[in-house]
Design a binder for this molecule. Structure first.
Ligand SMILES: C[S@@+](CC[C@H](N)C(=O)[O-])C[C@H]1O[C@@H](n2cnc3c(N)ncnc32)[C@H](O)[C@@H]1O
Length: 883
C-alpha cells in the first residue's frame, strides 16, 4: 500500500539536479548551449521536405528546436500525496516568486502548471537561469526542488516525455512491461499508476475490519483524492495493489540507474530485468487451482516500448546533436525498433495495448516501424492503431505522416523504394543505400499497409507548446498471431551491398538468444522454428535472419501444452552464461547441458545477482516479527523474501506482492535476469534487551506495513512542535523526567517497551496540526528515543514542513560523554546504521552515474540528456562510420 503519506525517507538516491546544470568539462550548460552552433543542413533539408509544415511554421519549428528548453518537473507519488507537496509550491513559493521584477520593471514569470497534465501535477518554468541564481525567493524555491527531488517527491522530467504513460489507460491491477525503461522517468509514472488508489483502498479495508480485528484506524487517511471506479476496483488483496510493473533495460549500468529511480517509490509490485527487448524472455507462471496448466506464461495488459532512437527531438537539451546528427542513425536503429515492437505485440494479451514512442521525428523510426510491425504481426485484423484525439485534449499535436521520403547515409533523399531499386540497377548498390529497405518507405498505394490510419499517431513538435519533439502511437492487439520472420515480410531485409552480412543490431548488453534458454515453451519452439526456416531457405535469405527474428515466429499462448518435455528440461537447465550464440546457426544446438543452472557471473563480467528466496510463513523470524509488532491477520506472512542462497534471514527481510513471489520462484535458475524485486521491510538490529525484536521496520517498508501493526507498538503524534523536536534533537532523552520534554508523546514513549515502533503523525484541523499523514519508524532505547531518519532526510523534512534550517543537535556529542559509552549506545548505533545505509546507497548511485557518464561520454544532468546519450550511443553502435 501507501506510496502515499508524506514521503520522508526510504530514499534511494537521486542524482540531485539543480536548475543550473554543469556541462562537459565542468562548464555551465547555459554557456555551452549558447556557444554551440545550432544547425545541421542535412537534417533541416530532410525535415523541410517531409514534415509538411508551411514556410512560416517551418521557421517556428527550427527556431524552437534551437532554443533552450524550459525546466520542468512532476510531483510524484500517490495523487493525494503529490497534491500535498504541490500545495507548498502554490502557497509558499509562487507568491514570493511572483513579486520579483526584472531590471526593466517587468515581473518575473513564476513556474506554471502544464495545462494538459492531469491535476496540475506537472510544472515548467521559463525563468532565465541568471535570474534564478540572483534572487533569494528563487534560491529558496531551488532548495525546495532539490530537497523534494532527493526524497522522491518531485521528478525532473521533460514534459513531452510524460505523454506516453498518460495515454496508456493503465488501470490498477494490470500487468505492465516497460521494455526500454532506463533511466526510468516513464517507468516511475507507470508505477504510480499501478498503485493508484491503493492507499484509500487499504485504509477502507482496515476500517472494514477494525472492529473484527480490534484495531483502531487513523482519521483522515486518503482524504483529498477523488478516485474513479477503476482505481477502487483492485480490492482482491485487502486493497493492496495486485498489478505488476516489469521495468527492463538491456544496458546493465543504466538498468541500475533505473533501480535507483524506482526504488524511491518503495513498490512491492516492481521487478527490474536486464534483457535485450528484441529477445525478451517469456516469463513462466506457476499452475494455480483455477488454472492447473503447467505451462502458463505471463502476458501483459500494457507495454511501453519507448525505444532507443536517434533523438532528434531533443536538440534543445542535447545541443551537440546539431553537429552529431547523421541520417544513418535512424536507418541503423529501424530494425531494432521493429523487433522490439513485434516482440511487444507478441507478449500482449488480446485486447492489451502497446504504446510505442520515440523522441525522434524521423518517419523511418516512427510510422515505418509501426507499418512494419503491423505487417509482420498479420495486418490490421490482428493489430489496430487506436485513435489518440480523445487523449489529453489540451495537448497540441500533429497527426502521423501518411507519405514520406527516406534520406540515405549520403543524405540523398529517396521518394520511393522503387527509385532506390532503379538506381541499384543503373549504378549498383553503394554503402550509403545499404540499409534501405522497402518497409522504411510509406506503404505503396493499394498495399495493405496503405490502410493504416497513420493520422492516429501523435507527433508533437517543439514550437507547438515550447517542448522537445516526440512521437507516440497506441496499438491494440485484436487476436493472437504468428509473426512473420523478417525475411518473409514484404521487405525488412536489407539488401546487401555485396559484403554485408546483416548485423544483429542489438545495441544492448544482454546475452543474445536468452529467450531460447529461458526454459519456456516459446523458447523451445523458437529453436525448432528456426531450424524449419533454415531448411526452407537454405541460402541467401538465411543471412537476413537474426536471433530475434528466429525467436519470433510463433504466437504465444496463454497456456500451451509441452510436447517435448525432456528437450524442454534440457533447455531450461542450460545456464545462460555458457551460451553466447553469434548467429542463428550457433543458436541451434543449445540443448546440451544437464547441469543445474549456476549463474555466478554473467558474460559481461557483471555483478552476481543474489537469488530471491522466500521464507516460510511460519519461519521463526517471521513469528518473532509477528508477535512483537502484533501483526494483523490481514497482513500476509507468505511474501517475505531474502537475498541469499541459503534462504535464511541474515540482515534484511524483503516483501513483494504475491504475483512477484510466484514469478521469482517459478523462474528461478531459468536464465531470466531479474536484477531487482522487493521492498526492504525489516533490518536486523544488534539489540540487547530481552524480548526486544531484533528486526526493525525499515523506512521503505513502513508505509506498506504500518496499518497492520498493533496499537502496542504505535505512537501517535498530532502537534507540529513535537515532531520538530524529534527532528532537530537526534537522541532526545527519556531518563528521569526528561521524557516530559516530549510533550504529547512523552508519557507514551516513556511507557512503551524498548525497540522499534511506528510513529504516526496524524492530521488534524488544529492550528498546530498537520494537513497530511506521515508515518516513520521510531526506536525506543533504554535512555533515549531516535527517529529513524537519515540526517539529510531530517533536514529535508525540517525545510519542507517548517521552512526551517536549524542545524541538527546530537546530544551524544555534547556534555563530554565518554566516547566508548556513546558508541555502545543503541540509539546511536541505530542512527549510524541508518546514515551508513543511506551513504552506501548514495555511493552506489554516484558510482553508477559516473560509470554511466563515462561510458556514454556525456553529462548526467537531465533525464532527457540521459535518454539521448544512450540513444546516441546505440545509434553509433548500430551505424558505425555512417558518413
Ligand atoms: C529512450 S531511452 C528510454 C527512456 C526511458 N523510457 C525513460 O523514460 O526514462 C532508450 C533505452 O533503451 C535502452 N535500450 C537500447 N537498446 C535496447 C534493447 N535492445 N533492449 C532493451 N533496451 C534497450 C537504452 O539502454 C535506453 O536506456
Amino acid at each position: 500500500m501507501g506510496r502515499g503519506g508524506n514521503r520522508v525517507s526510504h530514499k534511494a538516491p537521486v542524482i540531485v539536479q539543480t536548475l543550473i546544470t554543469i556541462g562537459r568539462g565542468g562548464e555551465d550548460n547555459r554557456v555551452s548551449f549558447e556557444k554551440t552552433p545550432k544547425g545541421n543542413a542535412k537534417l533541416e533539408r530532410y525535415y523541410n521536405k517531409i514534415l509538411g509544415l508551411g514556410e512560416e511554421e517551418q521557421a517556428e519549428f527550427w527556431a524552437a528546436l534551437k532554443r533552450e528548453l524550459p525546466n520542468s518537473f512532476r510531483f510524484a507519488g500517490s495523487k493525494g500525496h503529490a497534491l500535498a507537496v504541490q500545495r507548498q509550491l502554490v502557497t509558499r513559493y509562487i507568491p514570493e516568486i511572483s513579486k520579483i521584477s526584472h531590471y526593466d520593471g517587468t515581473l518575473v514569470e513564476p513556474p506554471q502548471s502544464v495545462p494538459w497534465y492531469p491535476d496540475a501535477l506537472a510544472w515548467w518554468m521559463t525563468t532565465p537561469k541568471n535570474v534564478v541564481r540572483k534572487f533569494p525567493p528563487f534560491s529558496a524555491f531551488q532548495k525546495y526542488l532539490v530537497s523534494e527531488t532527493s526524497v522522491g517527491n518531485i521528478s525532473r522530467q521533460e514534459v513531452v516525455s510524460m505523454i506516453p504513460p498518460l495515454v496508456m489507460d493503465l488501470q490498477p491491477g494490470m500487468i505492465v512491461l516497460d521494455m526500454c525503461a532506463a533511466p526510468g522517468s516513464k517507468a516511475a509514472q507507470l508505477l504510480e499508476m499501478v498503485h493508484r488508489g491503493e492507499e484509500q483502498r487499504v485504509h477502507q479495508s482496515l476500517r472494514d475490519y477494525a472492529t473484527e480485528d480490534g484495531r483502531p484506524t487513523s482519521p483522515g487517511v486518503g482524504a483529498g483524492a477523488d478516485l474513479d471506479e477503476a482505481a477502487l476496483a483492485d480490492t482482491s488483496d485487502y486493497g493492496r495493489a495486485t498489478g505488476l510493473l516489469i521495468a527492463n533495460d538491456s544496458d546493465y549500468k543504466r538498468s541500475h540507474m533505473l533501480i535507483h529511480q524506482l526504488k524511491r517509490l518503495s513498490s512491492p509490485n516492481l521487478i527490474v530485468t536486464n534483457h535485450d527487448a528484441t529477445l525478451y524472455p517469456s516469463i513462466k507462471l506457476p499452475p494455480t487451482p483455477n488454472n492447473p496448466a503447467t505451462n502458463r506464461y505471463l502476458k501483459f495488459d500494457r507495454i511501453l516500448a519507448d525505444v532507443p532512437c536517434s533523438g532528434d527531438g531533443t536538440t534543445r537539451k542535447n545541443v551537440n546533436l546539431w553537429k552529431d546528427w547523421t541520417p544513418g542513425s535512424a536507418l541503423g536503429l529501424y530494425i531494432t525498433q521493429v523487433r522490439i515492437l513485434v516482440r511487444a505485440l507478441q507478449m500482449l494479451k488480446v485486447g492489451g495495448r502497446v504504446v510505442y514512442s520515440t523522441c525522434s521525428m524521423n518517419p523511418v523510426e516512427n510510422e515505418a516501424v509501426i507499418a512494419s510491425a503491423i505487417e509482420r504481426c498479420g495486418g490490421l485484423g490482428k493489430v489496430e492503431l487506436l485513435p489518440t484525439s480523445d487523449k489529453l485534449p489540451l495537448l497540441k499535436r500533429k497527426p502521423g505522416l501518411k507519405i514520406w521520403a527516406v534520406m540515405d547515409k549520403a543524405a540523398r533523399i529517396w521518394e520511393t523504394f522503387a527509385d532506390v531499386q532503379k538506381d541499384d540497377e543503373e549504378n549498383g548498390r553503394d554503402a550509403a543505400k545499404e540499409k534501405l529497405v522497402q518497409n522504411m518507405f510509406a506503404p505503396l498505394p493499394g498495399s495493405p499497409g496503405s490502410e493504416i490510419p497513420f493520422e492516429r499517431c501523435m507527433r508533437v513538435y517543439a514550437h507547438q507548446q515550447d517542448t522537445g519533439g516526440f512521437f507516440i502511437t497506441i496499438l491494440e492487439k485484436k487476436s493472437e498471431f504468428r509473426a512473420k520472420p523478417e525475411v518473409e515480410s514484404t521487405s525488412d531485409a536489407p539488401k546487401s551491398a555485396g559484403t554485408a552480412t546483416p548485423k544483429f543490431e542489438n545495441s544492448g548488453s544482454s546475452v543474445a538468444g536468452v529467450p531460447m534458454l529461458d526454459g519456456s515453451l516459446n523458447g523451445l519452439k523458437r529453436g525448432a522454428d528456426a531450424v524449419e526456416d533454415r531448411e526452407e531457405q537454405p541460402s541467401s535469405p538465411k543471412k537476413f535472419k537474426s536471433e530475434s527474428e528466429s525467436a519470433e515466429v510463433k504466437p504465444e499462448q496463454e497456456s500451451v501444452e509441452v510436447k517435448s518435455e525432456p528437450e524442454f528440461t534440457d533447455i531450461a537447465a542450460k545456464p545462460v552464461t555458457e551460451i553466447t550464440p553469434k548467429s542463428v546457426d550457433d543458436a541451434q544446438p543449445l540443448v546440451r547441458s544437464q547441469h543445474p543452472p549456476v549463474q555466478q557471473r554473467n558474460r559481461a563480467g557483471q555483478q552476481f545477482e543474489e537469488p530471491f528466496k522466500y521464507i516460510a510463513h511460519d519461519h521463526l523470524e517471521v513469528k518473532s516479527v509477528e508477535t512483537f509488532y502484533r501483526l494483523s491477520p490481514r497482513f500476509p506472512r507468505d511474501r517475505f523474501m531474502v537475498r541469499n542462497a541459503q534462504g535464511e534471514p541474515a540482515k534484511t527481510i524483503y516483501y513483494t506482492s504475491a504475483l512477484i513471489r510466484d514469478i521469482l520462484t517459478e523462474n528461478e535458475g531459468k536464465g531470466i535476469k531479474f536484477i531487482h524485486g522487493g521492498v526492504k521491510m525489516f533490518m536486523k538490529q544488534d539489540v540487547q534487551g530481552e524480548g526486544v525484536c531484533k528486526w526493525r521496520i525499515q523506512s521503505e517498508g513502513m508505509p506498506i506495513l504500518e496499518g497492520y501493526v498493533g496499537e502496542e507498538r504505535v505512537v501517535r503524534l498530532h502537534k507540529k512542535e513535537t515532531l520538530k523536536k524529534l527532528l532537530i534533537e537526534m537522541f532526545p532523552k527519556l531518563s528521569g523526567d526528561a521524557w516530559k520534554n516530549l510533550d504529547e508523546i512523552g508519557e507514551r514513549v516513556n511507557g512503551i517497551g524498548m525497540g522499534c515502533c511506528v510513529l504516526r503523525v496524524e492530521p488534524s484541523a488544529d492550528d498546530d496540526g498537520f494537513q497530511e499523514r506521515i508515518v516513520m519508524p521510531l526506536w525506543r532505547s533504554l535512555h533515549s528515543l531516535n527517529l529513524m531518519l537519515a540526517k539529510e532526510d531530517r533536514t529535508a523534512m525540517l525545510l519542507r514542513v517548517y521552512n526551517d534550517t536549524t542545524p541538527l543537535v546530537n546530544s551524544h556529542n555534547i556534555g563530554g560523554k565518554n566516547k566508548q559509552e556513546v558508541r555502545e549506545d543503541e540509539a546511536f548505533k541505530l542512527q549510524r546504521d541508518v546514515d551508513v545505509e543511506e551513504d552506501a546507497i548514495m555511493e552506489e548511485a554516484v558510482t553508477d552515474t559516473v560509470a554511466n557518464s563515462n561510458t556514454l561520454g556525456g553529462t548526467i544532468t537531465t533525464e532527457a540528456a540521459t535518454e539521448l546519450d544512450s540513444s546516441q550511443a546505440q545509434a553509433s553502435e548500430a551505424e558505425p562510420a555512417a558518413e
